[in-house]
Design a protein around this ligand. Structure first.
Ligand SMILES: Cc1ncc(COP(=O)(O)O)c(C=O)c1O
Length: 369
């Protein structure tokens, strides 16, 4: 049996493989001298919008700021409610809470771990101001029914596409289906900077024009400030890096899909493997299994050098930060069920054949024993 160590990520290895391209891009920024909103930012925005099939893209500091800015553009604040998924990264909900609004959670489906559209309408109140479905792990949320409910109630849909760059839903890329798409370009994402970064996609001209000002202090021009805002600009150096990364994105996604197919074929008789709904293209930002006896499985994998993680063991409504919302365990049964079983296995394009075998053997040997 193979005993090759498998770290959860191999970011340094990836960067080393394309180091000459990254350093050349960085050198161009260094020599160009335009360090704030330099030409690389616009180049990345143009290319990213084309990639997502949206009219516009606006680079920002990170994925959390992307969500906050888009919610702010709608004037969301105290007294308002924003609907999202309870099993996401905290920013899906904290973005609303930080503006003084109340996050409202709708349980997910076990199969794709995304917002259960059958439960959505019942969660809408006169205070609801936006719906924020999350495309968790790189699998698209079931957007068609979500968009229909939103349209019926005249509510904007903001896609939390932080984990889903490149993901397809019936031929459409995530980020292009609602009012706006918010992407994180954090190093753990399929398209990533060498640090924090984010981007917003939209087809809405007014939102686009507002974002260009809102990400830079509300400045209309060098001297005039149209409204109070903050600094949330995408760094020029990171934009240059992202242009290089974008050249490789499709090959990385292809490799992840191949590894995921291999994992799923080898593991489906011992654990729940990720579903891919008809019409969806899953990009496997995370390869998440649903496993019984998780604590023992994690220990077994650790003994064999496989670094697995749990995203996320504590659902957002159960976080201490959310105590004021008054939620209790059992309100979101699918989320609770998943929180006890999900395991993220290592997956990246640079994984060797031996490492893949180590992961597969690690999981299989646990359940065979
Ligand atoms: C679903 C989701 N939303 C929002 C974010 C926030 O992005 P960032 O870390 O770039 O602020 C993340 C990042 O982990 C995420 O996974």
């Amino acid at each position: 049996m193979s005993q090759v160590a498998v770290p959860y990520v191999a970011l340094g290895l990836r960067a080393r493989r394309i180091k000459h391209e990254l350093l050349a891009a960085i050198e161009r920024v260094v020599d160009g001298g335009m360090y704030i909103l330099g030409p690389e930012v616009q180049e990345f925005e143009r290319r990213f919008a084309a990639y997502c099939g949206t009219r516009y893209a606006v680079g920002v500091a990170d994925g959390t700021s992307a969500l906050i800015l888009v919610l702010r553009s709608l004037g969301i604040g105290p007294g308002d409610e924003v609907i999202t998924a309870p099993n996401s990264f905290i920013a899906s909900a904290s973005s609303a809470a930080l503006l003084g609004a109340t996050p409202r959670f709708v349980d997910v489906r076990r199969e794709d771990m995304n917002l259960n559209s059958d439960l959505l309408e019942a969660a809408i109140t006169p205070r609801t101001k936006a719906i924020v479905p999350v495309h968790l792990t790189g699998h698209p949320a079931d957007m068609e029914p979500i968009l229909k409910v939103a349209e019926r109630h005249r509510l904007p849909v903001i896609e939390d596409a932080a984990q889903s760059v490149g993901t397809l839903y019936h031929g459409r890329r995530t980020g292009g289906m609602g009012y706006a798409g918010c992407f994180s370009l954090h190093p753990l994402k399929n398209l990533h900077a060498l640090g924090d970064a984010g981007v917003i996609t939209t087809g809405d001209e007014r939102l686009y024009q507002w974002l260009l000002k809102a990400r830079s202090h509300g400045l209309r021009n060098r001297d005039e400030v149209e409204f109070w805002s903050t600094n949330s600009r995408l760094d020029t150096l990171q934009a240059a890096v992202l242009c290089v990364m974008l050249d490789h994105l499709d090959e990385w996604i292809k490799a992840r899909r191949e590894i995921a197919a291999q994992f799923s074929a080898a593991l489906r008789d011992v654990v729940g493997v990720p579903a891919e709904a008809p019409g969806s293209l899953h990009t496997y930002q995370t390869y998440m299994i649903q496993a019984e006896r998780r604590p023992a499985l994690l220990e077994h994998l650790k003994q064999r050098g496989v670094d697995a993680k749990v995203h996320y063991p504590v659902p957002i409504p159960m976080q201490e930060a959310a105590r004021g919302l008054g939620h209790r365990r059992g309100e979101f049964p699918a989320t609770d069920w998943l929180a006890e079983r999900i395991v993220s296995l290592p997956i990246y394009a640079e994984m060797t054949r031996e490492q893949r075998t180590t992961v597969i053997d690690g999981v299989r040997s646990f359940y065979r024993a």
